[in-house]
Design a protein around this ligand. Structure first.
Ligand SMILES: [Zn+2]
Length: 133
């Protein structure tokens, strides 16, 4: 059920921004989703529809999947692992125990297993558009 918690967090972020910018009616909300984020998009969308307040009723939600990006700590090389390298076991490992990922993936340039995940996790707000009147 973590889709509902993510949806709640996203809605409250939208509300905060709309209050700060004085937007009375929201028309578009952009949402970024890391491809490693374990999320059921249908449940997430449903939760957003259920939780949104009145001034968000006509808002269009746009979802953008963001691909994984890794950065080698040894040589600084940045790369995106191929889809077939990211099978379910690897995705789970990256999500829950990042250290375990190093057993599956290594830097294609120098072979190091010491790297950071700089993209691909989480759900975040990319933009909020609306009207002030
Ligand atoms: Zn490297």
């Amino acid at each position: 059920m973590h889709e509902w918690a993510l949806a709640e967090a996203l809605i409250s972020a939208v509300i905060k921004i709309s209050e700060k910018e004085g937007l009375r009616k929201i028309s578009e909300v952009g949402v970024g989703i890391g491809e490693l984020q374990d999320i059921d998009l249908e449940i997430f969308k449903f939760a957003l529809m259920q939780l949104r307040p009145d001034h968000l009723k006509d808002a269009e939600f746009e979802f953008r999947m963001v691909e994984t990006k890794l950065k080698c700590r040894v040589c600084g090389h940045e790369w995106s692992p191929r889809k077939d390298e990211l099978d379910e076991g690897v995705r789970e490992a990256i999500h829950f125990i990042p250290e375990l990922t190093h057993a599956y993936l290594r830097c294609p340039r120098c072979g190091s297993v010491d790297f950071d995940v700089i993209n691909g996790r989480g759900v975040w707000l990319e933009y909020v558009r609306g009207k002030r009147y």
